[in-house]
Design a protein around this ligand. Structure first.
Ligand SMILES: [Zn+2]
Length: 411
């Protein structure tokens, strides 16, 4: 039973729907006379779609300028440079930021929006959890409008930005409830051009977030309801989204599931998959969604006892969604081969089996070796896994247990 005493945070405005990118200018007009654009989508830039969006906003009389493009997970230096640039441009009251792209662009913009108004240090490092000077975000950031073009991280709905460094190596969060974007515009049509690989990795990130938030030891009733609904959308749709990227129902389902995963994790936290995924990103440069996908089946096995009753509930709604959906191509025979759902044990086993099946179909490797991880990296990966995410894991996992598990995945 989740805790019935809680706080629930979310963006104040969510605009969701196919083709609703055309409403960007009216949303921007609510938040600023001048808007700075952070772009993370080379696909949108190359197709000319980004220019169209810029022209649309400008045609409404707003001063709209692209200030940066980012194509990698944001690092301390990226945030510091963008903040310095925005300060030079006099960014402040009456201005807003617009981020279009995947998690990298949105996280960069979230961090920059916060640090433009919090100037106690000139480097974001001093505000990150667990490293730096322990400074906090005390002043409200400038308004931020987030437009995700991938269906995965859910960062458009969360209160943290993940910032990396490679020397010294860390991947840490800048966090404040004030950092939740003010407005979110999700147009699933913007994700149509994503490659099958990115669709697979970001989609598995969303599914991981839904499952981890659902069974987190900080689980709450509203996020749990969102997680169960999100799973009924994403589980039947992910293969179709990967294999047929222009499928509108599949893209809509994945975009909606990703948003729900963000709303859930912002309020309930995550678990060991995200703890280890952050470490795999830092020490082996494994992309976030791929790291999550590889770790998810293992983590479900670790957590099956601690999360059994809730995972069983998820297993039952997931199975029903597969039966009801016309997106899923799982045959009756494949379904029948999976465990019957008579007991909580069996329904939990179904969750694990379906996740493993999806991973296999969308070509997610099952070993860390396939991701280029070597055994000698494991001590550093284990040491870096214990952040905020790991603290939400329903089962406490010791360094020895984690080492054994990761070694088995590099055999
Ligand atoms: Zn994630």
């Amino acid at each position: 039973m989740p805790n019935l005493s809680y706080d629930f945070y979310s963006p104040s405005q969510i605009t969701f729907g196919w083709g609703r990118q055309s409403e960007l200018s009216s949303i921007v007009a609510q938040y600023g006379r001048r808007a700075f654009l952070v772009s993370g989508s080379r696909t949108l830039e190359a197709s000319g779609q980004l220019d169209k969006l810029i022209d649309q906003v400008k045609s409404e009389g707003c001063d709209f300028k692209q200030v940066t493009t980012i194509s990698h997970e944001p690092e301390v230096v990226d945030v510091d440079n963008l903040v310095a640039d925005l300060v030079r441009r006099g960014a402040g009251s009456g201005d807003c930021l617009v981020a279009i792209g995947g998690g990298s662009a949105i996280d960069l913009a979230k961090a920059a929006a916060a640090l433009v108004t919090n100037r106690e240090s000139s480097t974001v490092k001093d505000y990150l959890e667990g490293v730096g000077a322990g400074l906090t975000i005390d002043e409200p950031p400038i308004p931020l409008i987030a437009i995700p073009t991938t269906a995965g991280t859910g960062t458009e709905a969360t209160k943290n930005a993940v910032i990396s460094s490679y020397d010294p190596a860390f991947k840490k969060s800048l966090r404040s409830p004030m950092m939740i974007p003010d407005a979110v515009l999700i147009d699933p049509e913007l994700s149509v051009g994503l490659s099958p690989e990115t669709t697979a990795h970001t989609g598995m990130d969303a599914i991981t977030q839904l499952l981890e938030s659902l069974i987190s030891n900080r689980a709450q009733p509203i996020p749990q309801a969102l997680c169960l609904h999100g799973l009924t959308l994403a589980i039947p749709a992910i293969i179709e989204a990967v294999e047929n990227g222009t499928s509108r129902p599949a893209r809509e389902a994945m975009a909606h599931a990703a948003l729900l995963s963000g709303l859930a994790l912002a309020n309930s936290g995550l678990g060991m998959v995200h703890g280890v995924a952050a470490a795999l990103g830092v020490h082996a440069s494994v992309p976030h969604g791929l790291a999550c996908a590889v770790m998810l089946p293992q983590a479900l096995r670790v957590n099956r006892d601690a999360g059994r009753a809730t995972l069983a509930q998820a297993g039952r709604v997931m199975r029903q969604s597969l039966v009801d959906s016309n997106l899923s191509e799982l045959s009756a025979r494949e379904m029948a081969n999976m465990a019957s759902l008579g007991s909580d044990d069996a329904a939990t086993e179904f969750v694990i089996q379906i996740v493993e099946h999806l991973c296999e179909r969308i070509e997610i490797p099952i070993t860390l070796t396939k991701l280029g991880v070597t055994r000698d990296q494991i001590p550093a990966i284990v040491a870096s896994s214990h952040g905020n995410s790991m603290s939400g894991n329903p089962k406490e996992i010791s360094d020895e247990e984690l080492t054994t598990l990761l070694e088995a995945m590099t055999a």
